[in-house]
Design a protein around this ligand. Structure first.
Ligand code: CP3
Length: 362
């Protein structure tokens, strides 16, 4: 419920004409003249152009400067001809506006300087509007949209899901076992619920603002709930707030992709929280995941990103396997089942995108 998260709903922007881009057609479950392809973390450290730019600017500077973020967003579009651009940002900067200190430490990933450890810390978190705190990313979306409109390539906005963000806010960085997060969740269930509601409120407002700035699809990344929690804990401590988040952003008038990593043990339940498209990780073969979903919802995925580290023949065979398992479903967006890793060869990415395009063109 948008109201329960305190979000002001923008007027509905439902499309009244059928979209023409293969990516948006697939998001709506409509047939397209080929299977669209883009890659999670497609603008990243495996690209020499990105590394060169990062030598000049810090990660947070790139994210906060619309021109730089737009430049990075366009890198994989220009280099490989992917069918969608995901705005260059990260899931963590919205935490800064809430009162957390964020830094991206070279070689050590994101760090929070003042992690949460008590219910009082949760109550001190603010929930300012995205226009105030994330104007760099909103500006980058507007720039990219203007640039890509004539090429009919849609721009995707994104945010992190409440559990994943809570894990960074409590652990202070990426975690292997999520022990502090789970200890907080189990010891302070009321404060846990307040924390997740605050995070969902801020992300819902941010996602709606991204759609208003020009994003034509939205993706929610729940990278760690499935890694951290068994099914019963997920249903009890995470699913209710995820349902509220998806309900709040359903009013954006653009398709929403629900990407929940590591949820094979409760895929239908995680997908049931909301979203139009189900983003599949790489653990289950695509056809089996679709059977578990038990519906005709469009899916995105699900090549193991490690496949991109293999020689081309092996990569090609694994990409073909994904395409065969999707068997021409109108609602299939080809993607990796988690982010492209830094060691990936640019040449393999180029060949993969070309191959999916050629193999599926009608
Ligand atoms: O093309 C794109 O997708 C770029 C935009 C993007 C980034 N992060 C840029 C980034 C997106 C969509 C993300 C999402 C993100 N960030 C997630 C969810 C997706 C997933 O992979 O599970 C998570 C969990 C994070 C948190 C995060 N940010 C980590 C763990 C790290 C360090 C390790 C890593 O994956 O690179 C980051 C830093 C980060 N975010 C970099 C980039 C390009 C590397 C920064 C650098 O050193 O240049």
């Amino acid at each position: 419920m948008a109201e329960s998260l305190g979000v002001t709903e923008p007027p509905s922007r439902k499309v009244d004409t059928e979209p023409t881009s293969p990516f948006l057609r697939a998001c709506h479950g409509l047939p397209a003249d080929r299977t669209p392809v883009w890659l999670l973390r497609q603008a990243g450290r495996y690209m020499p152009e990105y590394r060169a730019l990062r030598e000049q600017h810090s990660m947070l500077d790139v994210i906060r400067t619309p021109e730089l973020a737009a430049q990075v967003t366009l890198m994989p579009v220009d280099a490989f001809g992917v069918d969608a651009a995901i705005v260059f940002s990260d899931i963590l900067p919205p935490l800064v506006g809430m009162g957390l200190e964020l830094d991206f430490v070279q070689g050590d990933g994101p760090k929070i300087g003042n992690p949460l450890s008590s219910p009082r810390d949760v109550d001190l978190l603010g929930t300012p509007p995205a226009e105030e705190t994330m104007s760099g990313t909103l500006g980058a979306i507007a720039l990219v949209r203007r640039e890509l409109e004539s090429r009919a390539i849609p721009v995707i906005g994104f945010a992190g899901a409440p559990f994943t963000l809570a894990s960074y806010a409590i652990e202070g960085g990426t975690s292997k076992d999520f022990s502090k997060t789970k200890a907080f969740m189990l010891s302070e269930p009321a404060a846990w619920r307040r924390l997740l509601t605050k995070l969902a409120t801020v992300q819902a407002d941010y996602l709606l603002a991204q759609a208003q700035a020009g994003a034509q699809a939205l993706q929610v990344f729940d990278s760690w709930a499935g890694r951290a929690l068994g099914r019963e804990d997920y249903l009890r401590y995470v699913a209710p707030v995820n349902r509220e988040l998806y309900a709040a952003i359903a009013t954006a008038g653009v398709p929403v992709i629900n990407f929940s990593l590591g949820v094979s043990a409760y895929l239908a339940e995680a997908a049931g929280c909301g979203g139009d498209v189900v983003g599949l990780d790489w653990q289950l073969p695509l056809d089996e995941a679709c059977t578990l979903l038990g519906d005709e919802r469009p899916v995105q995925g699900n090549l193991d990103p490690a496949s991109l580290l293999a020689p081309w023949r092996e990569l090609q065979a694994r990409a073909d396997d994904v395409l065969e398992r999707a068997a021409g479903r109108p609602g299939h967006i080809f993607n990796v089942g988690h982010g492209v890793v830094p060691q990936t060869s640019v040449d393999n990415v180029r060949r993969l995108v070309e191959h999916v395009r050629e193999r599926t063109s009608t």
